[in-house]
Ligand binder design. Structure first.
Ligand SMILES: NC(=O)c1ccc[n+]([C@@H]2O[C@H](COP(=O)([O-])OP(=O)(O)OC[C@H]3O[C@@H](n4cnc5c(N)ncnc54)[C@H](O)[C@@H]3O)[C@@H](O)[C@H]2O)c1
Length: 352
């Protein structure tokens, strides 16, 4: 078992049966397990750790399009109907959508019910379940309503990956590559030199969480250092929001992967990154992902970027990289630089 300590949370990486998950039943009278319509297949696995009468289950619809206030209302209505007291525990059993919305709903209910995360996708194992960002999409804007609130504990058991579809598994690799690119060259070399089908998941999860956690410890509320985690997300979130609005199927991790290529290109054009580094990055991304062409107009993309939470004034805020394993925050890019990065991405995409 690998144990990582955060500000207020403990992250346990290893088999659930060997973790402290089993002790939760002594600390709380009511356990509310939040699942979505896919992760409910894992319910029997976690139920065995609690007394039957302790557990209540809330099932929400699966998918990013349900990460919204209507789903929160469904959750809060259930909790009210059951008259759940504050001294209860939410167990968020799912991917990033369930951990984001579960953490947010629990934290708002009666001014805060404790929650733990049991992430079930690669993306949530390596990223979304830790760091204390919870929230929902609003008016098609990603994570526009939310709170910083850490889970009491996070239990990362790689066995959950067995039931995950390949496309979802690959989606999580976008955040893995981001962690390597912003902070750890040797991690990048491992990802670059080993085919992902051969990856040691225990190592990947522990390394990615280790990188994210170190950054979050230093800057929990994203005043500076934490912005490094947004590499790939300025372009990524705009493309993801536009895809959501237009009902185009694109996973969060795929949008991040597109963002990594575009923002690496912007880094290159600003002489922060060499051509060789840019090519190495795009090669790894296109080897792992099957990505679509970007068909949205540059004006639309810019419109969505202007909503980004990191922006100040009229400037669009970017995190860029100045070497593999090193990020710099609070950068800006012109309309032309952004437009050129989209053209560049589309050109590479067409060649692959
Ligand atoms: N809070 C953060 O710091 C943070 C960081 C990164 C991403 N996110 C958020 O995470 C979300 C994306 O997370 P995601 O990629 O995990 O998406 P997701 O939660 O929608 O899960 C993807 C799909 O896989 C299914 N699924 C999950 N686990 C499964 C399993 N073990 N077996 C079979 N099917 C399973 C889900 O039902 C869903 O259909 C986005 O909303 C993003 O904004 C949050």
């Amino acid at each position: 078992m690998t144990i990582i300590k955060s500000n207020n949370a403990t992250i346990e990486i290893g088999a659930l049966e060997k973790s402290s998950f089993t002790n939760l039943k002594y600390d709380y009278e009511n356990i509310i397990v939040l699942v979505d319509s896919n992760t409910k297949i894992l319910l029997p696995w976690v139920r065995t750790y609690f007394e039957i009468e302790q557990v209540k289950v809330i099932e929400i619809k699966a998918g990013e399009e349900y990460k919204n206030i209507e789903t929160c209302i469904v959750i809060w209505e259930k909790l009210s109907e059951w008259n759940i007291p504050r001294n209860s525990l939410f167990v968020n059993l799912g991917g990033g959508v369930v951990t984001d919305i579960g953490g947010f709903s629990a934290s708002c209910f009666k001014r805060g019910v404790d929650f733990v995360n049991v992430p079930t996708t690669l993306l949530s194992l390596v990223d979304a379940s830790v760091g204390g960002k919870t929230g929902i999409n609003f008016n098609h804007l990603k994570n526009n309503i939310g709170l910083f609130k850490e889970a009491k504990k996070v239990f990362c058991d790689v066995s959950v990956l067995k039931t995950l579809h390949k496309r979802e598994l690959v989606g999580g690799i976008g955040e893995v590559l981001k962690h390597a690119l912003i902070k750890d060259e040797s991690y990048w070399n491992y990802c670059q030199n080993t085919d992902y089908t051969e990856w040691n998941w225990q190592y990947i999860i522990a390394t990615s969480i280790g990188i994210k956690n170190k950054i979050v410890l230093e800057d929990p509320l994203e005043k500076g250092e934490r912005k490094k985690l947004n590499f790939g997300h300025t372009v990524g979130h705009a493309i993801e929001s536009l895809s959501l609005e237009n009902k185009v199927s694109l996973l969060h991790g795929e949008a991040v992967a597109i963002g990594l290529v575009c923002e690496s290109y912007i880094s290159f054009k600003k002489d922060l990154l060499t051509k060789e580094e840019l090519i190495a990055i795009q090669n790894v991304i296109f080897r792992v992902f099957k990505l679509p062409k970007i068909t949205f107009s540059i004006d639309l993309i810019l419109k969505w970027m202007k909503f980004d939470k990191k922006n100040t004034g009229n400037e669009i805020n970017f995190t860029l990289i100045n070497a593999v394993g090193s990020a710099i925050i609070n950068q800006t890019a012109s309309k032309l630089e952004i437009e050129n990065s989209i053209h560049y991405y589309n050109q590479i995409q067409a060649e692959k």
